[in-house]
Design a protein around this ligand. Structure first.
Ligand code: NAP
Length: 314
């Protein structure tokens, strides 16, 4: 499709004030044109992340300041409809998925280098739900520099990030103990982790599950008030990483990581695709919504109570 055949505006979900899910409105926004190294996607699926509702509520103003109207959305699956200068890795019509910008929309930009081809047997909703979780997992596990045979504790192991982190670590020969709610214990076991219930006394249950083997690293994706005991468990803060709690991490000397690189993004997608090709990938999608129902999607996400990513289908 040449630029001349692209629409100048199209539907997107934007918000113009911080607040409740109903601030998300279906609006008409200009369709961006791809710059150097970028492609324009006709978005077929865009996943919702916890960061999205934190931004919408205004909790992230210090870290992610936004201009209004703001279109959320960090990841998508879609069809390439235009390529920017210097892009020869993708052709118009290619089915791809990866990180994207302002993906709650019919059209969104993405960096060509961080996309992957979507296999025909990988549903668009599943594909859209992978990039953030896969990138974050690769980054978090990489910082822990794990060796086969080590025992890793993952807090929040049944969440979207946790689910992929468990699978990547297990594939690397790492023994994983994962915390999850009662509902997700069996799901975690089926991924190859030893499940432990989160909540009061969690570190005692982790010690019991470790059965005498030392726990040598911790990836924290969820759960308040567990970092100090996690540091004590592994004997220091050096091999404890959080993606979720910079406030608790700081005074303990625990590293908080955020923001990926093109390398971790592409490695994340490659690892997820390898599991898909082997027929073992687990990346649950909890619910899908049409773009116009983004407020309902955010309400469901904030309310919790289910496993898997929520995905918008523009
Ligand atoms: N820094 C980064 O680069 C980065 C990147 C991606 C995500 N994140 C952040 O990481 C967090 C997780 O993201 P996600 O997409 O995986 O979220 P998610 O899919 O909503 O998963 C969160 C998981 O945490 C579980 N959980 C709730 N309370 C817990 C507790 N006390 N102990 C252990 N687990 C508990 C939830 O279980 P229930 O269903 O039982 O409540 C759920 O399985 C979010 O805060 C997100 O913003 C950060």
């Amino acid at each position: 499709m040449s630029d001349l055949t692209l629409p100048t505006s199209a539907k997107a979900v934007s918000f113009s004030a911080y607040g409740e899910p109903d601030e998300l409105r279906l609006t008409e926004e200009a369709v961006p044109r791809p710059g150097p190294g970028q492609v324009l996607l006709r978005v077929t699926a865009a996943a919702v992340n916890p960061l999205d509702w934190k931004i919408r509520r205004g909790f992230m103003q210090g870290v992610f300041p936004v201009n209004f109207p703001h279109v959320l959305g960090l990841e998508a699956a879609g069809t390439v409809v235009a390529t920017g200068p210097g892009v020869d890795s993708w052709q118009i019509g290619d089915e791809v998925f990866g990180s994207a910008v302002a993906a709650y929309a019919e059209y969104a930009l993405a960096e060509a280098a961080t996309l992957a081809a979507r296999p025909a047997d990988l549903p668009v909703a599943t594909a859209a739900a992978l990039p953030v979780a896969a990138e974050t997992s690769v980054r978090g596990l990489g910082l822990l520099n794990l060796k086969p045979g080590e025992t890793l504790l993952i807090h929040g192991a049944a969440g979207s990030v946790g689910t992929l982190a468990v699978q990547f670590a297990v594939a690397d020969g790492v023994r994983v103990i994962g915390t999850a709610g009662e509902r997700d214990q069996e799901a975690l076991r089926s991924l190859g982790a030893t499940p432990v219930r989160y909540g009061d006394g969690v570190i005692d249950r982790v010690r019991e599950a470790a059965a005498g083997e030392p726990v040598t690293a911790v990836l924290h994706t969820s759960g308040a008030g567990v970092l100090a005991d996690s540091v004590a468990l592994v004997g220091g803060p050096e091999r404890v990483i959080t993606i979720a709690d910079p406030q608790e991490a700081g005074p303990l000397g625990v590293a908080f990581t955020s923001g990926g690189s093109a390398d971790t993004a592409t490695e994340g997608l490659a690892r997820a695709l390898a599991l898909h090709a082997a027929g073992t990938l687990s990346a649950p999608v909890r619910a899908t919504f049409p773009l116009a129902d983004a407020p309902a999607a955010h309400r469901l996400g904030e309310q919790g109570g289910g496993r898997g990513k929520i995905v918008l289908l523009p």
